[in-house]
Design a protein around this ligand. Structure first.
Ligand code: CLR
Length: 264
């Protein structure tokens, strides 16, 4: 498996993952999830803020729009896979994650990693002009026209817009991302009671910081967003199946192996 090859399992590196129950307190759990989030998000929020003036020009938009369907899919699949790789790295440092079996780690990442990429997208989103940081500049929905899946793109942009409206702090985003990943309802889990223990600790961590921030009412909204994430990811899978049927060669030989492993 690519996932494992890229990130060899080494329990000794991370003592917390072996004994999550021995965490001195919930602060320590939150701090370690926040640290892992910080270390695996390519850009800091302030950096992205400073880059907002970089918007694609007409001509640059034209270049994306005149790409063929399979060329643009391949391009986006590569970008998405990059982002997924950072999420895999994030997951590995969630206390308790590496204590799970390899099978369960992969099962969680299969559905969860794309969802976390979409959660992270709100950091890369500018609600003033509805653009997302893509390939070094801010891009609107029209840039993705040649993918021929306008409904998915519109839904993804809507989701990012709604997430931005919640004005989450980096800590809240970190804990929410962890909760999205560690989910006992994912299919094909071998040891869901173990996953449940980890899930409970992350849930406890999120509740704790929302309480500390005086924003307990966010919990309900975040659970609602999790349902939206699920539907977005099944739409993504549906589009991928459609694409693979029409362009089997591109999907088979030109997509990144990790993308295929996770989503195909
Ligand atoms: C999300 C946050 C990550 C960095 C990142 C990288 C790639 C971006 C992604 C973000 C947001 C969604 C994105 C993606 C590339 C293509 C994809 C813009 C900013 C759009 C929605 C197209 C999806 C196409 C699939 C159907 C292949 O940390």
């Amino acid at each position: 498996h690519d996932l494992v090859a890229i990130h060899p399992y080494s329990p000794l590196e991370d003592p917390y993952s072996l004994y999550p129950h021995s965490l001195r307190n919930v602060d320590e759990l939150c701090a370690s999830i926040v640290r892992s989030h910080r270390e695996t998000t390519q850009y800091r929020v302030e950096e992205l803020q400073a880059l907002r003036w970089k918007v694609l020009s007409r001509e640059e938009i034209q270049v994306y729009q005149s790409k063929s369907v399979d060329e643009m899919w391949q391009h986006c699949a590569i970008r998405l896979t990059d982002a997924v790789q950072y999420v895999v790295e994030f997951a590995k440092h969630i206390p308790g994650f590496r204590m799970l079996s390899q099978n369960d780690q992969i099962a969680l990442l299969k559905t969860g990693s794309m969802e976390v990429v979409l959660v992270r997208m709100c950091r890369y989103f500018n609600t003033e002009n509805n653009t997302v940081f893509f390939d070094g500049k801010f891009a609107g929905v029209e840039v993705f026209k040649s993918l021929a899946c306008g409904d998915l793109i519109a839904a993804v942009f809507d989701f990012a817009h709604d997430m931005c409206a919640l004005k989450l702090t980096e800590q809240q985003i970190a804990l929410f991302s962890a909760l999205v990943l560690i989910n006992t309802e994912r299919p094909c889990l071998e040891d869901s009671s173990r996953v449940q223990r980890v899930q409970r600790s992350v849930e406890f961590g999120l509740t704790h910081i929302l309480h500390r921030d005086n924003q307990e009412s966010l919990m309900h909204k975040l659970y609602q967003r999790m349902a939206v994430l699920r539907s977005l990811c099944s739409l993504h899978m549906e589009k991928l199946r459609w694409f693979s049927q029409r362009y089997p060669l591109t999907a088979h030989s030109l997509f990144p192996p990790l993308y295929k492993e996770l989503f195909a």
